[in-house]
Write a protein that binds this ligand. Structure first.
Ligand SMILES: [Zn+2]
Length: 310
């Protein structure tokens, strides 16, 4: 009998079996969006059965927002359903304890139990992905909040007068600048026309600034394109403000960074943060590094939750 970890992402569900030693078997599927909220629960159950028929306990790390008391996802912008029940269907099906946490909340726990945060009790995990999120452990306690939605650092305000609107409807949030989906729009505001025309980035976009994607910006930067490097530096300045806010608010010993944008471009993301963060910090600087758990950090967190749940 293994413990079961589930990671419900914006587009994919991952399920793994494992123990305090780590993961054993892992499967990944694209989330079933066609069969309503029940379709997601059923998919999760079927995937769990593929790796373990009688789990000891189940941990779930998921996109939010959460309604922790009801054990479900509510009003998520990522799926066309209002509520996705998670804990109840799992308990019914397997008759074991199931615990749920927001993805980055699970992430910081995963880092503490399996990753770079072993023996570290003031720890922060940030994800730079389609969106931005964070999880905090302070004095050994993982911060959860009244509904399970604490530490939404992606929605910290960088500039209240900004014309750049966040997907949540507020102006100037960190995620509006540096979330993978929003980076191209921020980049467009930074372009100098004369510079754009002779840049490699423009060439990669067929001359159309509207065709910019995060991937193209980072690819051009990796090839030394000055326009792309300047954009990456500006993204990094905003990220440094965000990380500094985290350091000032939570006083961590260690900040680990994950998410596809950071994992695919570790140097380009980390260098400006290291360069600019001290400007904005009053607390003693923590160590800042890319998570060694990579794209599995939430799944590791879910596994740690399952161990706690038993
Ligand atoms: Zn926002």
């Amino acid at each position: 009998m293994s413990f079961i970890a589930v990671d419900i992402g914006a587009t994919k569900i991952r399920v793994a079996s494992g123990s305090s030693e780590g993961m054993d078997e892992k499967i990944i599927e694209t989330t079933d969006r066609a069969n309503g909220p029940g379709g997601v629960s059923n998919q999760m159950i079927r995937m769990i059965r593929e790796v373990e028929n009688s789990p000891r306990a189940i941990g779930v790390g998921t996109i939010g927002p959460l309604d922790l008391k009801r054990g479900m996802i509510t009003n998520t912008p990522n799926y066309p359903f209002n509520e996705i029940p998670v804990v109840e269907p799992l308990r019914k099906e397997f008759a074991v304890t199931a615990k749920i946490a927001k993805d980055c909340t699970a992430g910081v726990l995963g880092e503490h139990v399996y990753g770079a945060g072993k023996g570290v009790y003031n720890l922060f995990y940030v994800t730079f992905s389609t969106g931005l999120g964070g999880g905090a452990m302070v004095d050994g306690h993982v911060l959860v909040g009244k509904d399970g939605n604490a530490v939404e650092v992606g929605h910290l305000t960088i500039d209240p007068d900004s014309d750049i609107m966040c997907g949540c409807g507020c102006p100037g949030h960190w995620e509006a600048y540096c979330g993978g989906m929003n980076i191209p729009r921020f980049a467009q505001t930074l372009l100098w026309r004369s510079e754009w025309r002779r840049s490699l980035l423009s060439e990669l976009c067929g001359g159309d600034a509207e065709a910019m994607t995060s991937e193209k910006i980072f690819d051009a930067a990796k090839q030394g394109d000055e326009t792309a490097l300047r954009i990456v530096d500006e993204i990094g300045k905003v990220n440094a403000v965000g990380v500094a806010d985290i350091v000032n608010a939570y006083d961590p010993e260690l900040v680990t960074i994950g998410g596809s944008v950071a994992l695919n471009n570790p140097e380009l993301i980390m260098k400006p943060i290291r360069q600019y963060v001290a400007r904005h910090v009053i607390n003693r600087l923590p160590e800042i590094m890319i998570t060694p758990l990579g794209e599995d950090i939430v799944l590791y967190g879910a596994l740690a939750l399952a161990l706690e749940a038993e």
